[in-house]
Design a protein around this ligand. Structure first.
Ligand SMILES: Nc1ncnc2c1ncn2[C@@H]1O[C@H](COP(=O)(O)OP(=O)(O)O)[C@@H](O)[C@H]1O
Ligand SMILES: N[C@@H](CCOP(=O)(O)O)C(=O)O
Length: 306
């Protein structure tokens, strides 16, 4: 269940009438999937849209992500297009929280991707990287070297000796092997399977851009493959991995430095999500409905890259 905030029909009717040009309000239907925000299908007499009410992102943070998805969707990267108000503003407020209305995509996510789906998703990721080059705004990665170094210090008392040693060694290794020399730009930074809607073998859209930031493209690719090709035993399925890379390279070939760095990028992706899942596990947000995801998945996957 992922609807934390109740939104009244009257509030939506009034909001649409005064500020939008997407028809008259008909109904609002909560969306069950999702963890972080409250999502609804918004039906008007013209079309169906998605309303997202943000539970932790602030109003001042929102314009970057909405301008980014507007830029990407206008340039044929499959993702929801934000719907502007009559005055051009992309963000709004609903139930006294930051909110936005975006186009509804077709399709659904998959837990067991096919080789073709990996290819299409890799290709769309490469397209996103290319189109992101003409997006003028920048965003530092809030969950990179400084963040994981600081987080691991906070986690030390909760880690057993073996895990602490592995994590500390890994963080040292990544500090000595940065990706700053590699092609970079706007990255999704969380392109897990549940953030891609598919229509058969085609990508109908990437969603959940709220970790998007500037970073190296190969790191973004590795984060995605770590999830898309991961098998139940926490090793990568090499056929799915290769298909993802082939799809990516069908649009944007990787250079030799990126190929040489790929293994390190996989390790960095594992550290990023091992650490965030450890934080979610040991410091759960109070009062939230949270699904705790297994941190050890990424510890085990990390070991396969040694
Ligand atoms: N633009 C969209 N079009 C169609 N469905 C969407 C759209 N955005 C979100 N959804 C649906 O809502 C669910 C939750 O969205 P998500 O952005 O992952 O939420 P959260 O931020 O809470 O993790 C998705 O799994 C998808 O089913
Ligand atoms: N994909 C991540 C979770 C990202 O956080 P969310 O709040 O957007 O779900 C993972 O699987 O750990």
């Amino acid at each position: 269940m992922s609807v934390y905030t109740s939104v009244s029909d009257d509030e939506m009717r009034e909001l649409l009438h005064r500020h939008y040009q997407i028809g008259e309000f008909e109904s609002l239907q909560g969306i069950a999937q999702g963890i972080t925000n409250s999502n609804f299908f918004l039906h008007t007499n013209q079309n169906t849209y998605v309303l997202t009410v943000f539970e932790s992102l602030t109003q001042t943070q929102l314009p970057f992500y909405l301008a980014l998805t507007q830029h990407l969707s206008a340039n044929n990267v499959a993702c929801p297009a934000p719907i502007a108000q009559k005055n051009g503003q992309l963000d709004t407020r609903v139930a006294d929280k930051p909110a936005c209305i975006v186009s509804k995509l077709s399709g659904c996510d998959t837990a067991s991707p096919t080789v073709q789906q990996c290819f299409s998703t890799g290709a769309m990721l490469a397209k996103m990287h290319l189109v992101g080059a003409t997006f003028p705004q920048k965003m530092d990665n809030p969950r990179h070297v400084a963040w994981w170094t600081e987080s691991v210090a906070k986690l030390q008392p909760f880690l057993d000796e073996k895990d602490a040693q592995l994590l500390n060694q890994e963080i040292d290794f990544l500090a000595k092997n940065p990706d700053s020399h590699l092609p970079s730009g706007i990255i999704h930074a969380d392109l897990f399977k549940d953030n891609v809607l598919l229509d058969g073998n085609q990508v109908s859209g990437f969603i959940d851009f709220y970790y998007a930031c500037n970073g190296s493209f190969v790191y973004d690719l590795a984060i995605a493959i770590n999830d898309w090709a991961r098998q139940h035993n926490n090793t990568l399925n090499l056929e799915l991995k290769q298909s993802f890379i082939d799809g990516y390279q069908s649009i944007r070939p990787l250079n030799s430095d990126e190929l040489a760095y790929l293994n390190t990028a996989h390790r960095a992706g594992c550290v990023r999500f091992w650490v965030s899942r450890l934080l979610d596990f040991h410091f759960p947000a109070t009062g939230e409905l949270t699904f705790i995801k297994d941190p050890n998945v990424f510890r085990d996957l990390l070991l396969t890259f040694h």
